[in-house]
Design a protein around this ligand. Structure first.
Ligand code: FMN
Ligand code: SF4
Ligand code: SF4
Length: 266
């Protein structure tokens, strides 16, 4: 089938999902490419519309084994008509549970036809130099995998005459989905004296939880613990302070050291 436009959509506070989705796109043979980075709040105001001549490639990180809860509103406002869709989730080498099947279900409800799905590993949001968890992922091997996955999607599209000939794909996971995707409020960020109030942390926060004038003022009820502010601070002034979130990162470091590999479903 002929794809006129590829819509690349990702939510990616610390950049690993973005890297994977862009890697997949390198294997495709797109006409026109439209990138919708929905990480920042303003980008999640306008809903996405897609037609059967588009290919939607959508990637989200796994939060608590699920699609991040804060994306529910935007994803459920998406409007598609028989649009072939590639569902991608990126997890921090712990577990992805029901995130991929959940993303596939949401897209199907919104009018998409999932044509492929994949699971990749990204450096864990809580990973630090001292307590690394899947550091540097996706690495060159992961991105090579992503590009060849993109080529397989292209081959599949080339072999299908039209979107209504797409057959259902089986994505891993359980229904009803396990667990609770809502996050606990956490006051876990320490801001040191190196802070120069440059405002970058506030600019990269996906939920607008940081006061742009005073980086120490954080709306902890809104914070989703994504660590974008910590990883993007040019002064390395932000860190995870001792407490339950730090304890969790130490546990993940101890338990999730064994390398997991990407999986794809076509
Ligand atoms: C609130 C939260 C929950 C997470 N839950 C999981 C999880 O259940 N399993 C896992 O392996 N990684 C989990 N992670 C790690 C992220 O899925 C992983 O680091 C991902 O690569 C982040 O994507 P990004 O770089 O696009 O922000 C979680 C991260 C956060 C912030
Ligand atoms: S990014 Fe770092 S230096 Fe800039 S305001 Fe935030 S904490 Fe301070
Ligand atoms: S304040 Fe919370 S939600 Fe905002 S960037 Fe930092 S960790 Fe992420």
């Amino acid at each position: 089938m002929i794809i006129e436009s590829v819509k690349l959509v990702y939510f990616s506070p610390t950049g690993t999902t973005r890297a994977v989705v862009r890697g997949i796109a390198r294997g495709l043979d797109p006409g026109n490419v439209e990138v919708r980075d929905i990480t920042l709040p303003d980008a999640r105001i306008e809903p996405l519309q897609a037609s059967e001549n588009d290919l939607l490639v959508i990637g989200v990180p796994v939060y608590r084994g699920r699609v991040p809860a804060l994306l529910a509103g935007w994803l459920h406002a998406l409007s598609a008509r028989n649009t072939p869709a590639v569902c991608v989730v990126v997890y921090g080498n712990r577990i992805y549970d029901d995130a991929l099947i959940e993303l596939g279900d949401i897209l199907t409800q919104r009018g998409c036809r999932p044509i492929a799905g994949a699971v990749y590993i990204g450096e864990h949001s809580l990973s630090t130099d001292d307590v690394p968890i899947a550091p540097g992922r996706p690495d060159a091997g992961d991105l090579f995998h992503a590009e060849s996955f993109g080529r397989k999607i292209q081959e599949k599209l080339d072999a299908i005459p039209s979107a209504d000939r797409i057959t259902d794909i089986a994505l891993p996971g359980c229904r009803p989905y396990r667990g609770d995707s809502r996050l606990q409020a956490a006051d876990f960020i320490a801001v040191g004296d190196a802070c120069i109030q440059c405002g970058i942390c506030a600019e990269v926060c996906p939920v607008g939880a940081i006061d742009p004038e005073e980086s120490r003022r954080i709306d902890t009820a809104a914070c989703i613990t994504c660590c974008a502010c910590i990883k993007n601070c040019p002064q390395h002034a932000r860190s995870i302070k001792p407490g339950s979130v730090h304890d969790m990162s130490v546990r993940l470091h101890a338990l999730c050291g064994e390398r997991k590999e990407p999986e794809c479903f076509l």
